[in-house]
Design a protein around this ligand. Structure first.
Ligand code: NAD
Length: 321
């Protein structure tokens, strides 16, 4: 299937796909190149922003993203740098607000409320995880304070609810990025037997909803599921997001299955690995994502997309590309 990220709607039309079911041409271990897919999406976003800024109704204003970082978690800093670099490349003005670890929930809420009123700010992203127990206990209140049209992480219950009711607008970045990876294989998602390992609010659950929206038959499993191996063996498409390095063994993978590994785990050696035993899994999978270079880059691309969607709402210029 020819990729065309400018026209997402066509991926929701069953008639645009080939036959149902997992095609198996016997080829194993094709890599799903998240970096290349992300680059393609970003180039479309860049052109879209240029076009929108040229329209007098936007006053030439660039889309604005504000990232709020509380504390100094080194991994968060790396992720934020990646996001800021990507913003710069496509023409989004990104600003970082750094707050000390001792920030109280009230102080963070006041900052968010201020940003909600800032007309140059289209997207607000509070970098997770929050560093202290006090802030973590207030996480839901913090995320709910972000105005729904500024919620570029798509974590506000309103935006998650829109995904539940099949009217998504700002959608969680990682699951929507995974959909792009799946589309890139050309396999028909309608009726595809998908298994999602992990049921977190930000990855597993919205992942299930995205797949359902695209006509897949979805089973979601989690730490209380019995006989994980048997469920995984049945999956035509396996999406793993549990944060447990190597939890899914390669010989559990159904021959010809699509494997998308969301996990990012740093081993003591410093090496980054996913949740799937990659080397053995790639011998059985028809398509598989590498870690790094799979889900991570498309997650960032979806953040940019959400920021342009928010910008287009604020400038009344219709949905983003
Ligand atoms: P989380 O800890 O919030 O949730 C983990 C989920 O996995 C839970 O639902 C839990 O029940 C399930 N789980 C744990 N152990 C299990 C087991 N033995 N069997 C079956 N299920 C089990 O984690 P999260 O935020 O959803 O992130 C998951 C992974 O994805 C992490 O490695 C994280 O770093 C990564 N991640 C990557 C990206 C990206 O852009 N690539 C984005 C978000 C998260």
């Amino acid at each position: 299937m020819q990729l065309n990220y400018q026209d997402i709607k066509r991926y929701y039309s069953p008639s645009n796909y080939g036959p149902r079911g997992l095609p198996d041409d016997g080829v194993r271990g094709r890599l799903i190149d998240g970096k290349a897919i992300s680059a393609e999406v970003r180039s479309i976003i860049k052109a879209d922003i240029e076009q929108r800024r040229a329209d007098p109704t936007t006053g030439g204003r660039a889309p604005g993203l504000v990232v709020v970082l509380v504390g100094s978690d080194p991994a968060s800093k790396v992720y934020i740098k990646q996001k800021q670099k990507a913003c710069q490349e496509v023409g989004i003005k990104s600003t970082l607000i750094e707050m000390p670890e001792a920030t109280s929930p009230a102080e963070l809420l006041a900052t968010i409320k201020g940003l909600n009123e800032d007309e140059a700010c289209d997207g607000i992203l509070v970098q997770l995880p929050l560093p202290t127990q006090q802030l973590q206990e207030e996480q839901l209140a913090i995320l709910e304070t972000i105005r729904t049209d500024n919620d570029v992480d798509g974590f506000h219950p309103f935006n998650l609810g829109r995904l539940v009711t099949r009217e998504p607008n700002l959608r969680p970045c990682t699951p929507f990025g995974v959909m792009h990876l799946l589309w890139s294989t050309g396999v028909n998602p309608y009726g595809l037997r998908c298994v999602v390992v992990g049921a977190s609010n930000h990855v597993g659950r919205p992942m299930m909803l995205e797949l359902l929206l695209n006509g897949a038959s979805v089973q979601i499993v989690h730490r209380f599921t019995q006989d994980l191996e048997a469920v995984v063996r049945d999956a035509e498409c396996l999406i793993v997001a549990c944060g447990k390095p190597g939890l899914v063994k390669g010989d559990w993978v159904r021959p010809g299955a699509i494997v998308i590994d969301v996990g990012i785990n740093r081993l003591e050696s410093g090496k980054l690995v996913g949740d799937v035993d990659f080397e053995t899994a790639r011998q059985r999978a028809s398509w598989i994502t590498p870690v790094p270079g799979g889900v991570g880059p498309v997650t960032v691309a979806m953040l940019l997309r959400n920021t342009v969607t928010a910008y287009s709402t604020h400038t009344n210029r219709g949905a983003a590309a």
